[in-house]
Design a protein around this ligand. Structure first.
Ligand code: SF4
Length: 198
């Protein structure tokens, strides 16, 4: 796409409301060849001010859960469905999700992860193209086709869900364990290997 250089989006003004509310475009972070790609909904206030996805309290929850399954944050890639902060942290509209879809698709294509982990309802529904009951379906893996390439999507609750409902901790950690297994993590933080199937 003309406004994407590698994995970075520059000067995009497709979503007028988000252009007004953002401080910056928040691109994904992490290795460009990561085996695990986490996809959130969009930047919040902390992400908008720091220019990085999943920082603040949700980011800490994610970091801790990653460590618990033997993964450093620096070993995974983290991105969002929309790269600009919606006003007053509202959900991105369908139009905004569609406007940004090409960037996410290109990022998935370039990173070519073994597993895509959707963090919460919006990214799960956006990528799977169906209604998702995240709490019930967390930890399940579904295959989708993006630009004719099969991709595995693992549904996960949003890390913030564990802050409001402690019972979600187990669900969240269980999903990350499945993600680590699929990516071949050795359980001691010793890195990842490629999988041929699951
Ligand atoms: S959310 Fe995506 S499509 Fe919309 S203005 Fe930001 S970068 Fe562009």
């Amino acid at each position: 796409m003309e406004q994407m250089e590698g994995l970075s989006v520059t000067k995009c003004t497709r979503c007028p409301a988000l252009v007004d509310s953002r401080s910056r475009i928040v691109d994904g972070t992490g290795p460009e060849d990561a085996d695990l790609l986490f996809v959130g909904e969009g930047p919040g206030a902390n992400e908008d001010s720091q220019g990085e996805p999943f920082v603040g309290r949700s980011g800490s929850v994610l970091d801790d859960a990653l460590l618990a399954v033997g993964l450093e944050r620096s070993a995974v890639r983290i991105t969002n469905c929309v790269r600009c902060r919606p006003p007053e942290n509202r959900d991105p509209t369908g139009e905004e999700l569609e406007a940004c879809r090409g960037y996410l698709t290109q990022e998935i294509e370039l990173v070519d992860p073994e597993v895509i982990v959707t963090l919460g309802k919006v990214p799960s529904q956006h990528l799977l193209g169906r209604s998702v009951a995240v709490t019930n379906e967390a930890g399940s893996v579904e295959e989708i086709r993006l630009d004719d390439t099969p991709r595995r999507v693992l549904i996960c609750v949003h890390p913030a869900a564990t802050l409001y409902d402690r019972s979600q901790e187990e669900t969240f950690e269980g999903a990350l364990e499945t993600a680590a297994d699929l990516a071949g993590v050795d359980g001691a933080g010793g890195g990842q290997t490629r999988l041929d199937g699951f």
